[in-house]
Design a protein around this ligand. Structure first.
Ligand SMILES: Nc1ncnc2c1ncn2[C@@H]1O[C@H](COP(=O)(O)OP(=O)(O)OP(=O)(O)O)[C@@H](O)[C@H]1O
Ligand SMILES: [Mg+2]
Length: 211
């Protein structure tokens, strides 16, 4: 099973969600492109937050210095990204793949992440905030995936409960709600694991996707 975790924006909680998902699925984690190497990388955060051993964190395809869009970070580093060559590592275990930022983040001046996801055809989980502004961002992201025929597994909300917001997204977006990870004041592997187990139904991950 290979899953892509994307988001409506940068900083919505993809890495925290991916840590919990990787732990729950006994999966490997892969961040194809890491932009920004100062401080903790997403791979390091997943290892710490999910309690994931190093051998289940697969090396990034590209590690770029600047915390910018990959197309720009690559240019700054003098690296040429080749999106067509981007292939998930071979592994027998389930694999959780975290994209950078959102769907239309450019890898080069001609190719965005959604183009790569469309080529892979792995089911995608869209992480969305529950806070104000999320309806528009989430519905736009769903349209971007559908227009590229990317299989959508569902939306994972992150943040405080806003039932009407979530319901409107499910109704208008005709999408499955996978659950909601509440804001955790203290992020430890134990608390994250419990919050994920209490709020997500994992059976859906094995049923295939729904457009
Ligand atoms: N459920 C949560 N409870 C508490 N803090 C959270 C939660 N989800 C995310 N955060 C915090 O919000 C910040 C952004 O989250 P995260 O790094 O997961 O976002 P991201 O979508 O992966 O961002 P990027 O686009 O940079 O990869 C982090 O500081 C993280 O610890
Ligand atoms: Mg991240």
């Amino acid at each position: 099973m290979r899953l892509v975790v994307t988001g409506t924006d940068t900083g919505v909680g993809k890495t925290v969600f991916s840590a919990a998902l990787t732990d729950a699925q006994n999966a490997c984690y892969w961040k194809p492109v890491q932009s920004g190497l100062e401080g903790e990388t997403d791979s390091e955060a997943v290892s710490r937050l999910g309690g994931i051993p190093a051998d289940r964190i697969l090396p990034e395809a590209w590690r770029l210095t600047a915390p910018a869009s990959p197309h720009l970070s690559a240019a700054i580093d003098g690296v040429r990204l080749d999106p067509a060559a981007l292939q998930p590592p071979d592994t027998e275990q389930p694999l959780v793949i975290e994209g950078a930022g959102g769907l239309l983040v450019p890898l080069t001046r001609g190719v965005v992440f959604a183009d790569v996801f469309a080529r892979w055809k792995f089911p995608v989980i869209l992480c969305a905030r529950t806070a104000l502004g999320t309806i528009n961002h989430t519905l736009l992201s769903l349209e971007a995936m559908r227009s590229r025929r990317i299989p959508i597994l569902g939306v994972a909300f992150v943040g405080e409960s806003h039932a009407d917001t979530e319901n409107v997204i499910v109704e208008i977006g005709k999408v499955r709600r996978l659950g909601r990870l509440p804001h955790l004041d203290v992020l430890t592997p134990e608390r994250l694991r419990r919050a994920f187990r209490d709020n997500f139904d994992l059976s859906v991950l094995h049923e295939g996707s729904r457009q």
